[in-house]
Design a protein around this ligand. Structure first.
Ligand code: CP
Length: 358
């Protein structure tokens, strides 16, 4: 049952629950009139502490198409954040007004904090360079719609794999499907974080790290392009050096399979040449539209009825998260480092993993 749960990580939804969302999204797409009043009387709070076009507007469109209403902010400078209000207190307040919260935040783990204080479901709409679970639902729904399955696929993921939250959530979610294989295309500086490498090893997922698109494009069923994200770099000269390292164009597409698809969470900058937009294998704009239908399905499932009663809290440990982008460095949240065994401790909020030898 998805009713009243928060969705913070792509692993918060089981494979069966994701299948149910696909079925519901298909029905919404083919019979939209049946759903126009489904959320009548319900209110969504959209709290966007970071810019967004697709995620914010697709959630707002989804709620409006279901007959619900939307309040919120897209510019935190117009909210009491500027007076120093914490994420925890903001979540408490908005849960007193609304029925569901959608939150995007630059700090990793902020939506997790909100979910611990909110009395209504919280959906993570992207937390820093960490996770973006509803983009992953969009991606999975697109893949399912094109191939009729989400298993036995070779996925090439290209670009900023270090800070790319859509990539992190996608890798976790796809790792549960049989026969998934990843080709991870990035410069050395933007390789996936350690915890995801560990995750794939634990789940026996085959992955290969390469430097170029050309090395793997002929084998891929899906080429998932991502933007090099200026906003995540500490050093702008480093961004300038890496920003155009990958550009997909028609020449490179010649080596791809006839039924391969190109995806991108968008926005794009230069990493897909505009000429590729006219190739029938380019699916990124359709992918963005699928995002609205799968978000409609998610809202319907989470809003069925009732309120969250319990919040799981863990006992704080003596260790502190060392990720300087973690929300726990900005708010007075108790540090919660989970003991993963073998002297490894993982932050509950941002997944940053450290080895601590006592
Ligand atoms: N894919 C995505 O998250 O786009 P926005 O940043 O525009 O929401």
């Amino acid at each position: 049952m998805l009713k009243n749960r928060s969705v913070i990580d792509s692993m918060d939804l089981s494979v069966e629950e994701i299948d149910e969302l696909f079925t519901l999204a298909d029905d919404i797409k083919s019979r939209p009139n049946l759903y126009v009043n489904a959320c009548e009387g319900k209110l969504m709070g959209t709290l966007f502490y970071e810019p967004s076009t697709r995620t914010r507007l697709s959630f707002a469109s989804a709620m409006n198409r279901l007959g619900g209403r939307v309040v919120g902010f897209s510019d935190p400078s117009s909210s009491s954040v500027t007076k120093g209000e914490s994420v925890a207190d903001t979540a408490r307040m908005v849960s007193a007004y609304c029925d569901i919260i959608v939150m995007r935040h630059p700090y990793e783990g902020a939506p997790r904090v909100a979910s611990l204080y909110s009395e209504i479901p919280v959906i993570n709409a992207g937390d820093g360079g960490h996770n973006h679970p509803t983009q992953t639902l969009t991606d999975l729904y697109t893949i399912h719609s094109v191939f009729g399955r989400t298993s036995h696929l070779k996925i090439a993921v290209c670009g900023d794999l270090k800070y790319g939250r859509t990539v992190h959530s996608l890798i976790k979610a796809m790792s549960r499907y049989e026969g998934t294989e990843f080709f991870l295309i990035s410069p050395e500086e933007l390789r996936i974080p350690y915890y995801l490498r560990q995750f794939m090893e634990e789940h026996n997922v085959k992955f290969t790290e390469v430097d170029t698109i050309e090395a793997v494009i002929a084998q891929a069923d899906v080429l998932y392009m991502t933007r090099i994200q200026r906003e995540r770099f500490f050093d702008d000269s480093e961004y300038e050096r890496l920003k155009d390292v990958y550009v997909l164009d028609n020449e490179k597409m010649k080596a791809a399979k006839e039924d391969m698809i190109v995806m991108h969470p968008l926005p794009r900058v230069n990493e897909i040449d505009r000429e590729v937009d006219y190739d029938p294998r380019a699916r990124y704009f359709k992918q963005a539209r699928y995002g609205m239908f799968i978000r409609m399905a998610l809202i319907l499932k989470l809003l069925e009825v009732g309120y969250q009663e319990n919040h799981t809290r863990l006992t704080p440990t003596k260790y502190h998260c060392k990720n300087t982008r973690c929300i726990t460095h900005f708010e007075k949240e108790p540090q919660q480092m989970l003991d993963m065994g073998g002297h490894h401790y993982k932050c509950l909020y941002c997944d940053y993993t450290v080895r601590i030898d006592e």
